[in-house]
Write a protein that binds this ligand. Structure first.
Ligand code: GTP
Ligand code: MG
Length: 401
């Protein structure tokens, strides 16, 4: 796959932040080896984020983002913080650029607290070291460089790569939940909605992860499960089902066997599970007239469309018995202002939109609007969420509250 083919959602996003004139744009140019950003001695040269896709070894494909100075007086304080938070929501590694002569300022400390709040790994780059008489010793997440003299740029790239590699480290899908030698049953419906001639990506990924853990995967359709399950000479460590078949499968699998769904494992893999489980409890607090946003990441899945516009609204009304106002959005049309909504239910399956989905979850978090996803909401509305998160005892406890 060529460099230009890597979708931006799959790139490690590296954002450069700091005061005006700290040398953010100069550093971005030095790191990318290109004059992508305008540099000048005038404060406030960069007024909007500038992005550049590149290859940064050993991470691989990255997206470098240059940002406007965080101390810009022109913009209203609130708006500036908002804007920076939006960029931070897409940032995997933050690079704080500090003028080495001036040292850390209140503005830098404010940025650091934002990084910490967002749990974004960051490193502090003291730029303009050429103007220092003595270069102090640097801590592990600090480095002294000169963008102007191109000093320390190679070391900076290595440090970014080291932080980015950790950021890009993938969570396990299921391998941490099973042991070598375990038998895992996968329930995979083969209906008209299933693609012809192959399995879908989450199913492939789960099988691969089970194999890597030294386990064995037994794949079966939901219709054959009752007949096949008793044939196993040993109790399976776990049953993983397609969430659409959860109701039936949950009745067929004895209570003493752990049961979960592909969508729950995927949600955890993408780092969305906790937020979605916390958010779903808002369903019980819904009142007549409350607005709910059902957000679809893509515009082309007819099957998802049916779930979002027809099934979930129907189940919501049945479950709550309330008169709810349901709005839907699709594709990139996700509203910036979520304050009118009592709950956002987002689609969860689309692989390419992973970063965007995570970003939207964070937007909702910033505005204190509960957000959940299709898989979790469907399980909750059918009263089977508790059983499907049993594999994660801390979440099961959360639901008991
Ligand atoms: N001496 C010295 N000057 C530098 C260095 N890096 C940048 N500068 C100068 O600092 C000034 C600001 O550089 P920029 O890269 O535009 O700074 P910025 O942080 O992008 O500034 P804004 O876009 O205004 O927020 C320019 O005059 C640069 O030439 C450096 O390593 N040493
Ligand atoms: Mg700039």
């Amino acid at each position: 796959m060529g460099l230009n083919d890597t979708p931006s959602g799959e790139r490690v996003h590296i954002g450069f932040f700091g005061k005006r004139n700290a040398g953010k744009s100069s550093l971005v140019n030095a790191v990318t080896g290109q004059d992508m950003a305008v540099v000048s001695e005038t404060k406030g040269t960069t007024t909007d984020p500038v992005r550049k896709a590149m290859e940064l070894l050993p991470i691989g494909p990255v997206m470098i983002i240059d940002t406007p100075g965080y101390d810009d007086e022109g913009a209203l304080g609130e708006k500036r913080v908002q804007k920076t938070k939006q960029i931070l929501n897409r940032t995997d590694v933050a690079v704080l650029v500090v003028d080495a002569v001036e040292g850390r300022t209140d503005c830098d400390r404010e940025l650091i607290s934002l990084f910490e709040e967002k749990e974004i790994p960051y490193l502090v780059v003291y730029n303009k070291e050429d103007l220092l008489e003595n270069v102090p010793a640097a801590k592990d997440n600090e480095i002294y460089v000169s963008a102007l003299k191109e000093e320390g740029i190679y070391q900076l790239k290595e440090k970014i790569a080291q932080f980015g590699k950790d950021a890009g480290a993938e969570r396990p899908l299921v391998s941490d939940l099973i042991h070598a030698g375990d038998l895992v049953v996968l329930v995979i419906p083969i209906d008209s909605a299933a693609p012809k001639g192959r399995l879908i990506l989450p199913q492939q990924q789960v099988i691969r992860d089970i194999l890597e853990a030294g386990g064995a995967a037994v794949c079966v359709k939901e219709t054959e499960l009752p007949e096949i399950l008793p044939k196993l000479s040993e109790k399976p460590a776990m049953v993983i089902t397609d969430s659409q078949a959860f109701g039936k499968v949950s009745a067929d699998v004895p209570e003493d066997i752990l049961l979960t769904s592909f969508s729950i494992l995927m949600a955890r893999y993408k780092g969305l599970l906790d937020t979605a489980v916390e958010g779903v409890a808002a369903i019980d607090r819904l009142k007549d007239g409350d607005k709910i946003l059902i957000a679809e990441g893509c515009t082309h899945h007819r099957q998802c469309d049916d779930i979002g516009t027809v099934k979930i609204p129907r189940w919501l009304k049945q479950y709550t018995g309330k008169n709810l106002e349901i709005e839907t959005s699709s594709g990139l049309g996700f509203p910036e202002d979520l304050s009118p909504y009592s709950l956002v239910i987002h689609c969860g399956g689309c692989m390419l939109n992973e970063r965007e989905v995570r970003y939207r979850m964070k937007c909702a978090g910033d505005q204190q609007v509960p957000i959940t996803n299709y898989g979790i909401a469907i399980a909750y509305l059918h009263g089977i969420l508790k059983r499907s998160v049993e594999v994660f005892p801390y979440l099961a406890r959360l639901l008991e509250k």
